[in-house]
Design a binder for this molecule. Sequence first.
Ligand SMILES: Nc1nc2c(ncn2[C@@H]2O[C@H](COP(=O)(O)OP(=O)(O)OP(=O)(O)O)[C@@H](O)[C@H]2O)c(=O)[nH]1
Ligand SMILES: [Mg+2]
Length: 468
Amino acid sequence: MFESLSTRIQEVFKSLRGEVRLTTEQVEAALREIRLALLEADVNFNVVKAFVDRVRDRAMDQAVLRSLTPGQQVIKIVRDELLALFGEAEGGLTKHAPTPRVVLFLGLQGSGKTTTAAKLGRWLARQGRHPLMVSTDVRRPAAIEQLAVLGEKADIRVFAPETRDPVARAGGALAEAKAKGFDTVLVDTAGRLHIDEELMDELLAIRNAVQPSDLLYVADAMTGQDAIKSAGEFNRRIGVTGVVLTKLDGDARGGAALSVVSVVGVPIAFVGSGERLEDLELFHPDRIVSRMLGMGDVLSLIEKAEQAFDKEEAEALQEKLRKNEFTLDDFRSQLRTIKRMGPLESVLGMIPGLGDLKQLAENKPDDKQMARVEAIICSMTPEERRDHAMINGSRRRRIAAGSGTSVEEVNRLLKQFTEMRRVLAMIGQGGMPRLGRGMKLPPAPSKAVAVPGKKRKKGGPWGLIKTR
Ligand SMILES: Nc1nc2c(ncn2[C@@H]2O[C@H](COP(=O)(O)OP(=O)(O)OP(=O)(O)O)[C@@H](O)[C@H]2O)c(=O)[nH]1
Ligand SMILES: [Mg+2]
């Protein structure tokens, strides 16, 4: 996400960073580049203009230009002003709400309302809440069924009354929640290609019936300024308390994210970054800006890692590491854990410094390569997985044939595995870094991830998943 914007701003920063003295012409040139980059990312024209004016005002100050680190100061100003575009509010639901809290999802067709409802249900359940979902989309034939399927997947109860009246369905869910002790009601609504009166009337009727404390406008980030225009319209007609930007995993240019708060005047509450139920994050402006500026995003990553790694599993693994008993079996389960953290690309993008590695773009291990590594390990016998030393030439040929790979690939994997094991044993003995809430991350990729700044051995954990 934001790739081209991020690359361009980093280029500008690179030109500023080394400068001992900055002239007003240099700052002007940098501002021109940033302005173009923002416009190309489809940020609203007025927002760009105001942004550039604010940065110019602050950067052209003689105290900045004459300081010892003028480049750094300008970079900091740009960062501050980008942050300011997201307003004061932190992400998430509104602070105060009666119980049960009612959340209404609004938005155009296909923006991700139904998916986001299920994702949020899951997110809330993880925080110990008891959500109930209901669909009021009686227009699209499969819509009610879609929510039912997602509810089952997410293990969230879905209220499914007989009635096909949207208002009665929403009201029924609220009554059910009160009667059965659910603390949150998530109300999915029908989408339309364009805003039309019938839809607005229906939404207003639902709103008046269930009095939601949260009206989340779900916007497809890839639709850029169009999404923002209709967000404004929904806000005027129905009221919006927060925006959910979905599909940030796609090639969204960033324009919607950077303009929506300024233009519509409502905060971003959550962002969706994939099709899976786990792919919903609280919106943290500072993290998005850091990612945009190529400063990595360790906090998001740690949060994702905490969700994906089971604490006991991690401790058991640590013990194995200490005793140098890490096997190919453990390695495979680590790979599966990384998969749970999301597409490798999105994980890599969050690691500080990696945003800067040009060759990573061509060379980065992708999910397909991970799948090949997993296939190789799965083609081994349990004995082989426990004791990799027994895997001789003929076994390697069998494994390669069984996994549809080549002997070279098997060799490479085994070589990297032994190397990794050696490194991990060292780390294991030296103790692992502690992360949030007293939890320790298991090793391998997470080690590389969790300890930015520490030198990683070449061909170490991350090298391992490069299969060519
Ligand atoms: N890549 C990606 N896909 C998403 C995301 N959120 C939703 N989708 C996909 O977008 C498509 C539409 O999502 P829905 O949740 O059905 O959208 P909707 O707003 O409920 O659509 P209607 O009910 O027809 O108005 C589905 O294929 C989802 O899997 C996201 O964050 N990333
Ligand atoms: Mg839907």
